[in-house]
Design a protein around this ligand. Sequence first.
Ligand code: 5RP
Length: 236
Amino acid sequence: MTATLSPSDIAKRASALRAAEMVEDGMKVGLGTGSTAAFLVRRLGERVRGEGLRIAAVPTSSGTAALARAEGIAVVTLDEAGWLDLTIDGADEVDGQLSLIKGGGGALLWEKVVATASDRVVIIADEGKRVAALGRFPLPVEVIPFGLRATMRLIGEALVGLDVEGRDMALRKAGDAPFVTDEGNRIVDLRLGRIGDPRRLGLELNRIPGVVENGLFTDIADTLVLGAADGSARVV
Ligand code: 5RP
């Protein structure tokens, strides 16, 4: 199977397989969203079917929920689980403090809620996601549909004076229509170039009334598992 994967997918898969071994019988586990997380979900499905691993899984998107169910993994809501032992999720960028940009797949809101309701958060990624400073990847911000244009204007004003390089933004599209999140909201992608102070930027964005949440995850990740194109993975 590995032979058909791209180097980046081999790396993603390697990190996911390593993290899948951190899941223990009886755990309540948050399942991330994206292509790296999909490798994790498939591996956990193999463990459920092959080893009889018993977990209660809380998916971070409707897509991950569908995949987990198809893999035979028991899916519960976060309210049913109460609190999670472990969440494993991907990322779009990771810096040296384990601050992240997430939301490239549009699932940042559920991802942040699930991660912050977990005792431990493990991030799985290919080596290319590791950066010196966050911001090259456009920062996703989830906003409510009502008053979208006014909210985007306020986001632009809030960025002035913050330690960022650029200030372009775009409403994310899915074909001709706006992209719609699992909560019925919209995503605005901010092209910032370099984010000097991710914690401050995240707080400032969330002060704007129409903003629901942003894709900066600071002080959330505990462990990073980086996969390489040779199929190896290391815990950082
Ligand atoms: C989805 C996410 C993903 O974890 C992130 O976009 C990484 O995706 P991939 O594993 O496909 O590179 O935050 O909202």
